[in-house]
Design a protein around this ligand. Structure first.
Ligand SMILES: Nc1ncnc2c1ncn2[C@@H]1O[C@H](COP(=O)(O)OP(=O)(O)OP(=O)(O)O)[C@@H](O)[C@H]1O
Ligand SMILES: [Mg+2]
Length: 187
């Protein structure tokens, strides 16, 4: 999803993610994604159902951290969907490893660097294995290594059949991954 500052990309991302109630119009999800909730707009789905279906990564990663450690942040979604603690640990350890955060498992999320915080925010969205991942400017401010890791990760998710929607101003990211682009106009 492309477009100039203020075009409404982040707003649309929140609407698609079921995190904002539309002031006008309707958001509907396919039966493939919504299952029994196909007639209900995503913002009215129960939290565990939403977490299993759609993962959202905010433009500012700090705005989504709500626990005191990186580990608990990653465990939050799986715990909420009722996973037993042993399974939660396996999921979290896998994500810590995949996103190079293992040594930071006990750190407070608010003390992470920008790149680490971004990796954590993506990892938390993936922790419940949602069918659809929505990421707002995932590559903003990332170094080459993290950029490549994010591109690899999104390509893997796409190839495994997950939907990936990203807001971006990054033409290299679009060239590397996008099957389809939508450009929102200047307001
Ligand atoms: N509650 C609100 N009422 C009215 N306008 C709002 C409200 N919340 C946000 N806006 C405006 O909506 C517009 C779209 O904001 P949004 O954050 O979606 O833009 P964006 O395309 O993500 O921009 P950027 O590229 O800078 O991140 C902005 O002009 C913003 O000020
Ligand atoms: Mg935005």
């Amino acid at each position: 999803m492309l477009g100039p500052n203020g075009a409404g990309k982040s707003t649309l991302a929140l609407l698609l993610g079921g995190l904002l109630r539309p002031g006008a119009g309707r958001v509907t999800a396919t039966a493939e994604l919504a299952g029994a909730d196909a007639r209900t707009p995503p913002h009215r789905w129960r939290a565990p159902a939403l977490a299993r279906r759609i993962g959202s990564v905010f433009q500012d990663p700090e705005h989504q951290f709500v626990t005191g450690t990186v580990f608990d942040e990653l465990a939050l979604g799986p715990r909420r969907t009722g996973q037993p603690e042993a399974a939660v640990r396996v999921t979290v350890d896998g994500l810590l490893d995949r996103l190079r955060l293992t040594t930071l498992a006990r750190a407070n999320p608010y003390t992470l660097s920008g790149g680490e915080a971004r990796r954590l925010s993506v990892a938390t969205a993936l922790a419940t294995a949602p069918r659809l991942l929505i990421c707002d400017e995932p590559t903003f401010g990332q170094d080459r290594r993290t950029w490549l890791e994010l591109v690899d990760l999104f390509a893997e998710l796409r190839d495994a059949g997950h939907g990936v929607v990203t807001v971006t101003h990054d033409p290299d990211f679009v060239a590397a991954l996008a099957d389809r682009t939508i450009t929102l106009g200047r307001p």
